[in-house]
Design a protein around this ligand. Structure first.
Ligand SMILES: Cc1cc2nc3c(=O)[nH]c(=O)nc-3n(C[C@H](O)[C@H](O)[C@H](O)COP(=O)(O)OP(=O)(O)OC[C@H]3O[C@@H](n4cnc5c(N)ncnc54)[C@H](O)[C@@H]3O)c2cc1C
Length: 405
């Protein structure tokens, strides 16, 4: 008998979402699954709190916990043209990681146990996996489980052609006067000075008429120093006409954007979820709704007693489009600011959001493609197809040589 049926490593977006789903899994099964959620003891390994933004229609599972929601979104072009429109049928939402963690803890059934353990090693096995971890006082602990879902940040998988970083820093600001419309946010403001390749943008997410999260973001090969982000944020606040701002908390991060293929099964009993399991959309860095789809599939499999392999929550044609877009940005063949301005200017916002979330349909996507810089995207697509073909021919040549030898 194992210690647990399910061990979830990491209480971030993926670990919390899956833990939250376990109550419904147990209700469906009748025979509950004993689950442990492992999060490092409070201290050096505790990640800073963060905010997660995502879009979905009203009535989502976290609606009562949201810090803010916006029905209208604006994209600002590099020359200052504003494209403001309702996000309909979506609402853009912000959830704080601490609020989600508290809610999951408070609503867990008696079969979920949260444990302060820092995982140091995993061993796969035919019947169960073994988890090695250290507790708050440094004592070593060993747990066994039928299934282990690991959301710890992982090394980038091999085989990618383009990997960029979405890197950013944000200020929670307070202004002396009422300035913001709390129902409306700036999703992407392309006025900041653009890097040679990739793209730079700011955004403003109002939390009240006087408070907002203001961020400066780049898609590029290397992150900036904190001093460089501070300079960029100061310049962006001026561009956005915010005047003197009082800066409170800050958030900073790096999200990998890669066309490398993710594998979510790392052993007979071991799986990866979240960013480590390919839940980050390569072209946008958004992860939260991918995590929702991925963990829903895992929960469904656990409820039905099937092997719970997490799916990568994006269609392969979207991953191909993302690989092309990353290559186009990285090579400088496409100017990022021009690409995004055309995309938002030429299409209904709701349709662009559906595409960015991976839920759009092919005919709309093809029409959307015509609003981007077509010649540069076509050249990059041909390049991509040529590269894929060469890689496949190379691989089958090596296979044949291996078989002959
Ligand atoms: C600052 C920031 C803001 C972001 N904002 C958005 C956003 O607005 N929208 C969006 O869609 N995406 C956003 N992302 C991207 C993505 O959604 C987040 O990175 C998200 O947290 C990924 O979820 P995850 O569960 O895969 O990883 P994480 O949330 O990073 O969770 C990993 C967990 O593993 C735990 N852990 C690590 N090592 C160990 C160990 N050895 N033992 C036990 N536990 C361990 C950590 O404590 C952590 O809780 C953001 C990323 C960052 C960095």
């Amino acid at each position: 008998m194992t210690d647990y049926d399910v061990v979830i490593i990491g209480g971030g977006a993926a670990g919390l979402t899956l833990s939250h789903r376990m109550g419904a899994v147990n209700e469906r099964r009748g025979r509950p699954l004993r689950t442990a959620l492992l999060e490092p003891p409070v201290g050096e390994h505790t990640p800073p709190p963060r905010t997660w933004c995502f879009w979905e229609p009203d009535g989502g599972p976290w609606d009562d916990l949201l810090t803010a929601r916006w029905r209208d979104l604006t994209v600002v072009g590099s020359g200052g043209t504003e494209y403001r429109s309702p996000a309909d049928p979506y609402v853009y939402k912000m959830l704080r990681s601490a609020d989600m963690a508290a809610h999951v803890r408070d609503h867990a059934d008696e079969h979920l146990r949260t444990r302060a353990l820092y995982v140091t090693g995993l061993i796969d096995g035919p019947e169960h996996a073994t988890v090695h971890a250290t507790g708050p006082d440094g004592t070593e602990t060993t747990l066994t489980a039928r299934w282990v879902f690991d959301s710890r940040p992982a090394a980038m998988p091999p085989g990618g052609r383009t990997t960029l970083l979405q890197h950013f820093r944000g200020w929670f600001v307070r202004l002396p006067r009422e300035t913001f419309d709390p129902g409306s946010a700036i999703l992407m403001d392309l006025r900041p000075e653009q890097p040679r390749t990739g793209v730079a943008f700011g955004y403003v997410l109002p939390l009240s008429s006087r408070e907002a999260l203001v961020e400066y973001t780049e898609f590029g090969r290397a992150a900036l120093t904190t001093a460089e982000y501070e300079k960029a944020l100061t310049a962006y606040c001026a561009q956005a006409g915010l005047g003197e701002v009082e800066v409170g908390a800050t958030e900073q991060g790096v999200i990998p954007m890669t066309d490398a293929p993710f594998s979510t099964r790392t052993g007979r009993r071991l799986f990866r979820i979240g960013t480590a399991g390919g839940a980050t959309r390569p072209s946008t860095g958004y992860t939260f709704s991918g995590v929702a789809r991925q963990t829903a599939a895992v929960a469904e499999a656990l409820a039905a007693d099937r092997t719970p392999v997490p799916p990568v929550p994006y269609r392969s044609r979207h991953l191909t489009m993302d690989a092309i877009m990353l290559a186009a940005l990285d090579s400088g063949r496409v100017e990022g600011a021009d690409f995004f301005e055309r995309l938002f200017a030429g299409n209904r916002l709701g349709e662009v959001l559906a595409f960015l979330d991976g839920t759009s349909r092919l005919p709309k996507e093809l029409r959307m493609g015509l609003t981007t810089p077509v010649a540069a995207m076509t050249r990059t697509t041909l390049d991509h197809l040529w590269h894929t073909l060469r890689t496949r021919v190379g691989a089958s040549g090596r296979d044949a040589a291996g078989a002959d030898g």
